[in-house]
Design a protein around this ligand. Structure first.
Ligand code: 1GP
Length: 238
């Protein structure tokens, strides 16, 4: 069991020790396998995880990118799939996402049921994750694809209650998401309000482009921060 749950265990241990984690998100549609080694070399040295996924990804691309990543890095490669077609047995673990801010059964249970055939005979570690979409100041792909309304940043009570509902339903992680390329990241007030009451690790992502924003998220209580666009475009401000 310990072996099976080792990536979640690692996240829990780091969160308990207040060791902050950084995941770099790779969208397989925007990556060529040939560029993977160079990309990995440029990542901050405190990167702890590689997340792989996108709202829409061409069939088969995820597997190819993960295989290329595994050749050049020992960092855990965790699937962060936009839908069941992106599940690859070559990854180390899978964030088994439920979009709990939305009310679309497709992303609350249908995609999960359709994932099972792809998961059940693999060694993928499954990490139940409550995924909460928060308005990042522009319509993001996840909003379009999921056809759900993000929670407004002002709806702090609703965001906190949604995160707790996720925890009470057995999710092992909560992910506060402003959406890839968000104009406004999840505010420190929201992160603080959620992390104050949550007993499971908190992931925050979407629109984080600078060291200051990263530190603000950590100081507010994020255990793990996800950055995609700023590293993909090589525009992260140190
Ligand atoms: C998106 O939270 C991630 O799912 C990362 O967002 O691409 O804006 O960094 P960015």
């Amino acid at each position: 069991m310990i072996e099976i749950e080792r990536h979640l265990e690692g996240i829990l241990r780091a969160a308990n020790l207040k060791r902050k984690m950084l995941a770099v998100l790779i969208d397989p549609d925007k990556f060529q396998e040939t560029g993977v080694a160079g990309f990995i070399q440029k990542l901050p040295k405190d990167t702890t995880h590689i997340f792989v996924g996108g709202s829409t990804v061409e069939e088969g691309r995820t597997c190819e990118v993960i295989k290329a990543l595994k050749n050049v890095t020992g960092l855990p490669v965790i699937l962060f799939p936009g839908d069941h077609s992106q599940i690859s047995p070559h990854a180390d673990a899978l964030l088994f996402l439920s979009l709990i801010s939305g009310r679309n059964p497709e992303f609350l249970i249908e995609q999960q049921v359709r994932s099972v055939e792809k998961i059940r005979n693999t060694t993928l570690e499954i990490i139940p994750t409550g995924y909460i979409l928060i308005d990042g100041g522009k319509e993001t792909s996840v909003q379009k694809v999921s056809n759900t309304r993000p929670l407004a940043q002002e709806e702090i009570d609703q965001i906190v209650n949604t995160a707790l509902a996720g925890q009470y339903s057995g999710k092992k992680l909560i992910y506060l998401e402003a959406g890839s390329g968000a104009r406004i990241p999840v505010s420190p007030e929201i992160i603080m309000a959620v992390s104050d009451v949550l007993e499971i690790p908190l992931i925050v992502g979407g629109g984080i482009r600078s060291f200051t924003q990263l530190q603000n998220a950590y100081e507010a209580g994020a255990d793990l921060v996800v950055i995609g666009t700023a590293f993909e475009e090589d525009t992260f401000q140190n």
